[in-house]
Design a protein. Structure first.
Length: 115
């Protein structure tokens, strides 16, 4: 890894974060700008750029996100690969986003069309 990584810095204590949960292999933190109350990022402690780089790390991260979301009720699990797909931090992270009827949150691929 040649460029600085904010999630690696959080993992090693060099950058601050609000921790929701920590496992031996992953962290759950509150993002800087949560889109709804309860929005959490699940981040592997191993640096991988996205979910394609190491499927085993991706699977562990998804398992931790599932454990965290188990008591949450309706939610989305979202991850991205590449700038064009809205990835802004190039360290795998999964958004666990609680949902409620009428929360007004449209996903990035919402076209506005019904049916």
């Amino acid at each position: 890894m040649s460029e600085p990584c904010v999630f690696c810095d959080i993992n090693t204590g060099r950058a601050p974060a609000t921790f929701v949960h920590e496992w031996a292999d992953a962290l759950a933190i509150t993002p800087l700008n949560p889109v709804v109350e309860g929005h959490v990022l699940v981040i592997p402690k191993t640096h991988v750029a996205d979910f394609t780089e190491d499927p085993d790390v991706s699977a562990v991260t998804a398992r931790r996100a599932g454990q965290l979301a188990a008591d949450m009720g309706p939610c989305n699990l979202i991850t991205s690969r590449g700038r064009e797909a809205t990835q802004s931090v190039f360290h795998l992270h999964m958004h666990v986003v609680p949902r409620a009827a009428g929360d007004g949150l449209a996903l990035p691929w919402y076209s506005g069309k019904r049916g």
